[in-house]
Ligand binder design. Structure first.
Ligand code: MF3
Ligand code: CO
Ligand code: CO
Length: 262
């Protein structure tokens, strides 16, 4: 098989590979749990990156996947307020009223775990709370539909419908993705779509669901740093992400700590 064909295929993970995905997923979730108390007014996104990097490398003995991925310069993504995704940690100081997405991907034993969630700095505004909650609902609606025989178009449609029913919008330029030995592999998991279309799910597939939901219009702009994606209208944007396994009977969320809620 040629390399391009191998990259295009949707991989079905073996039991052994799934066991490794569970470990990587748990480690990624654990980083989000660890960083929670550090998200306080006055800290910089660069400091959050440093703390996560050191934890992943020194405590988890794992690899932060974003670092040097296609030239990304840091170990985590920090996307504040109107930043949609792929925010680069740096000098930005977090202030009361800010909200941010922290996106963690770790590699352990060659397999990836990818998860992100929203954090509030101090008390959130009503629109911030609302969009964070809506994007979480969108992710959960998608996750709940994952089972053998479901189609990706149905999942995308349900996510899109929920966001738009609340007069918010789904970002289209970025999507969820297959994941395993490779950070971002087939299939593309769009957070919008048409019922009855798209890939039919089978046990052993692993992919992320990570809807980006905007308070305003769906359009985005890429900043000159080549990574940071912002809303064109500067409206707030929120995102949550989990790595999901399709099982014989439904799904398993891989990026969860035992006993934790999704
Ligand atoms: N973790 C991100 C995702 O969910 C990808 C980040 S790519 C990076 O797909 F290079 F910006 F880290
Ligand atoms: Co992802
Ligand atoms: Co991610």
């Amino acid at each position: 098989m040629r390399q391009e064909e191998r990259d295009m295929a949707v991989t079905i993970k073996t039991a052994d590979e799934i066991a490794k995905m569970r470990v990587a997923g748990r480690l990624a979730a654990d980083v989000l749990h660890m960083i929670r108390p550090f998200v306080q007014p006055g800290i910089t996104t660069g400091e959050l990156d440093r703390i996560c990097h050191d934890y992943i490398v020194n405590e988890q003995h794992a690899i932060p996947a974003p670092l040097n991925y296609r030239g990304f310069p840091k170990s985590i993504c920090t996307s504040v307020n109107h930043v949609v995704c792929h925010g680069i940690p740096g000098e930005k100081i977090l202030r009361k009223g800010d909200m941010l997405n922290i996106d963690i991907t770790v590699i352990k034993d060659e397999f990836h775990g990818d998860t992100s969630k929203m954090f509030f700095v101090g008390e959130p505004s009503i629109p911030a709370k609302r969009i964070a909650r809506l994007s979480h609902e969108c992710m959960c609606i998608g996750i709940d539909m994952v089972k053998p025989g479901s189609r990706l178009g149905d999942i995308g449609h349900a996510i899109q419908h929920h966001a738009e029913s609340q007069n918010c919008s789904i970002v289209r330029e970025y999507c969820g993705h297959g994941i395993g030995r490779v950070f971002r592999e087939e299939p593309q998991v769009l957070h919008y779509g048409s019922p009855g279309t798209g890939l039919m799910l089978e046990p052993g597939m692993t992919f992320t669901i990570e809807p980006m939901v905007n308070v305003g219009k769906r359009h985005t702009k890429l900043l000159p740093d080549g990574w940071t994606v912002v809303t064109k209208d500067h409206s707030l944007s929120a995102q949550w992400e989990h790595t999901i396994l399709v099982t014989e009977t439904g799904h398993e969320v891989l990026t969860c700590l035992p006993g934790d809620e999704i």
